[in-house]
Design a protein around this ligand. Structure first.
Ligand SMILES: *Cc1c(COP(=O)(O)O)cnc(C)c1O
Length: 427
């Protein structure tokens, strides 16, 4: 597969941008080699600048659940552009998107639109602190909540400790009120509430993790979080930036039956345009300015183009209900990848919820970061490039979930499984 043009363009990118990219996940750092420069997307496929076609399982890291250039989404964006790109004033479309989200996500009564998932989680924890008058936020190792300073601790790496920053530039002062615990560790959470209960403003978590690969919470873990936060008057915050409208139309909370106090959204909610949202009980959301005192603002928040793309995406998901088909295609893929690893004699575990899945090169079930960290990432790198060379574009890290979209067909899935068989046989 020729990638000469990609190589030339990326050489220039490296002179212009740090590492040649505008977000580190794209840089192929974990698998070696250079990223491929993309030219266009169509349905389940991406085409690079050298004309190679790839079956895409990244889906822009989550948003593209309908596939690329979906006609309804494209049309909505085109129509919105003609009416103007930003007004900095209320529009009716913001109500439409808010209503779609509120009707879909059980715990959200009121919400605020922002411009990214990072902004959503940053604002949600500010609100939790402002609302409770407390400082401490509990997060879990291996959960990623965007590049918010105080949450950039054990964010998909590093061990569970009390607030040790893992990016230079994030000060110890900023993270001293962040308590990092192990995912799925009920005793750890109980102990934290025993010791710090009166200081804890909120607990934030991915209610199904995607950012250390796909990891599923135990029902006891979720139940204990709900119980302990309620007992101690702390807020439970579900970061559904990835899982919202992905694992089900109502997000992870509609599957696990736990009602958080606040929920953060992004990715699918913007249909491929930059967006984020946070919402929850009206009584809590009414503390956000100008209804309340907790400051949060945005020049482009509720942007007409992003809002139009989000509305078209959510309406299509609601009306066409692709979730049963996504379930079927994803189950087929999970089984096929597991079989491919079995026939190659490769120790592995496959974890899947709906159209989010990870083939871990680890024979133990992965339920927290400590276990995830033991995956054979060298083998993952070979597997990744074996797939690339066969026209399959998977996340370039063992610690990311892959996504199936409504545009994938059974033929795409079967072609992917064949590619995985070949890639695993030689790696
Ligand atoms: C992607 C992601 C974020 C960050 O969203 P951005 O739009 O990249 O800022 C936050 N939380 C979770 C769970 C995510 O998957």
């Amino acid at each position: 597969m020729g990638r000469e043009k990609s190589h030339e363009i990326f050489a220039r990118s490296q002179q212009l941008m740090p590492g040649g990219v505008n977000s580190p996940a794209r840089a192929f750092g974990a698998v070696g080699g250079e990223p491929v420069v993309m030219q266009r997307g169509e349905g389940a496929y991406l085409f690079d600048v050298d004309g190679n076609r790839y079956i895409d399982y990244i889906g822009s890291w989550g948003p593209m659940i309908l596939g690329h250039t979906h006609p309804k989404v494209t049309h909505a964006i085109e129509s919105a552009v003609k009416r103007g790109t930003s007004f900095g004033a209320p529009t009716e479309a913001e109500n439409t998107l808010a209503e779609l989200i509120i009707n879909a996500v059980p715990s959200i009564e009121k919400l605020r639109l922002v411009n990214s998932g990072t902004e959503a989680t940053m604002s949600a924890i500010r609100l939790a602190r402002g609302y409770t008058g407390r400082d401490v936020i509990v997060k879990f190792a291996g959960n990623y909540h965007g590049h918010v300073d105080s949450l950039l601790v054990a964010a998909g790496s590093a061990a569970a400790t009390l607030g040790v920053p893992n990016s230079p530039g994030v000060t110890a002062g900023t993270t001293k009120d962040t308590l990092v615990l192990a995912y799925n560790d009920v005793t750890g959470v109980e102990t934290a509430f025993e010791n710090y209960g009166a200081q804890i403003a909120g607990v934030i978590l991915e209610p199904i993790v995607g950012n250390m690969g796909t990891v599923i919470p135990s029902p006891e873990f979720l139940t204990s979080l709900r119980k302990l936060t309620s007992q101690h008057n702390a807020l439970l915050i579900f970061d559904e930036v990835m899982t919202g409208f992905r694992v089900a139309f109502g997000g992870a909370q509609s599957l696990n039956g736990i009602t958080p106090d606040l929920t953060t959204l992004g990715k699918i909610v913007g249909g491929g345009m930059p967006i984020g949202a946070y919402g929850g009980k009206a009584e809590i959301m009414n503390h956000v300015m100008p209804a309340g005192q907790v400051f949060q603002a945005g020049t482009l928040s509720g942007n007409p183009i992003a809002t139009a793309a989000g509305i078209a995406t959510l309406q299509t998901l609601r009306d066409e209900n692709p979730y049963p088909r996504l379930e079927q295609l994803s189950a087929r893929l999970a089984e096929g990848l597991g079989d491919a690893a079995n026939s190659a004699g490769v120790p592995h575990t496959v974890t899947r919820v709906g159209s989010m899945l990870t083939l871990f090169f680890n024979e133990s079930p992965v339920d927290n970061w400590q276990v995830a960290a033991k995956c054979d990432t060298a083998r993952f790198g070979k597997y990744f490039w074996g797939l690339m060379d066969r026209g399959v574009y998977m996340p370039c890290s063992q610690y990311e979930a892959l996504f199936v979209s409504a545009a994938h067909t059974e033929a795409d899935i079967d072609e992917t499984i064949d590619a995985a068989k070949a890639a695993l046989a030689i790696s």
